[in-house]
Design a protein around this ligand. Sequence first.
Ligand code: NAP
Length: 258
Amino acid sequence: MDLGIRGKKAIVCAASKGLGRGCAEALAREGVDVTICARGAEALNATAKELGVTGVKVTPVVCDVTTEEGRKALLAACPNPDILVNNAGGPPPGDFKNFSLDDWRKAVEGNMITPIALTHATVYGMMERGFGRIVNITSQSVKAPIAALELSNGARMGLTGAVAVLARKASRNNVTINGILPGPFDTDRLRGTSRKMAEARGVAQSVIDGERKASIPAGRFGTPAEFGAVVAFLCSQHAGFITGQNILIDGGSYPGAL
Ligand code: NAP
């Protein structure tokens, strides 16, 4: 299927690795020029080089997207995107009892305020031009809170509520806003949490991975490539009637044991 977005311009946040990179790759393969960001220059530049083989224009911006300065740099590199994929690293795990107000502020700044700020800066231009696709990478925690991730649960649900009305209003102008809720995907982040769980229990990481996969009906983790393909479809000309949705991609894990 031709997604009909060749020549469009996208900002894909936090995209040197993992899910963001999967989205940037899928969009680049569809002929979309991509502006990508991450804090680490080495991985970002390597990713930009690899994406460049698709023939599209790839602009890497080394920045922390959760800062105002970072977002300014990103928007300066691509002031009028047709597509915006909001993403950033997730907040750390922990317990409500031990979180400081600063921990909450950081989580809300990174995973709620940051996507709101980028949406605010781009959505009205998209509406004027009559095409726009905004995808927020959130988490399965939007449907079912995750015990150890209270900071993430709060910030991501906040973002989901914050854009729900705008998603409906913008759709009149062929601009959609949707949330994608990843379950367990095989990325550095997931491998990092498996490693910590393995250390805590004194077992091999393969044991933890085996247990985690066994708890997923599909029997495996998702891949960034299949995540990116779903996002690219949501950004396509064909997806203009899909807005305000929060779409789980979790191998059938929700609503839990059957
Ligand atoms: P990942 O593999 O660790 O990749 C994170 C990417 O984001 C890297 O390119 C990283 O590069 C960049 N990044 C992180 N913080 C950034 C910042 N402040 N500014 C700019 N770039 C930043 O993580 P992932 O698994 O793709 O996760 C992406 C998001 O999805 C996270 O919010 C995560 O919580 C959420 N999520 C993931 C899963 C999963 O199973 N993988 C499930 C649910 C939700 P630098 O470090 O160089 O900046």
